[in-house]
Design a protein. Structure first.
Length: 83
């Protein structure tokens, strides 16, 4: 959170949360593993994110980068990835 812009910080926090949830849900259900915010470093723009895994988590490996998309629709943050 410390690295997020102070202006509209809540908006950026919601985007980080949505990105992490998109990664979690993109896992194969048979191999799905819970992970916290410490597992990934997320870089955000207004419409995209890149998440780099800090350590192995389920099928994800340390250093793996997953690209995703972000959108704001009717006040909700939508995030998606394709693996």
């Amino acid at each position: 959170v410390a690295n997020l812009p102070e202006v509209e910080r809540g908006r950026w926090v919601r985007r980080v949360f949505a990105a992490k949830e998109a990664l979690f849900k993109a896992q194969d259900p048979a191999r799905r593993v819970m992970f916290g915010f410490d597992a990934v470093k997320v870089r955000l723009t207004d419409s995209e994110f890149a998440a780099c895994f800090r350590f192995d988590v389920g099928a994800f490996t340390k250093g793996q980068v997953i690209q995703g998309r972000l959108a704001l629709v009717d006040g909700m943050v939508l995030a998606g990835v394709a693996l």
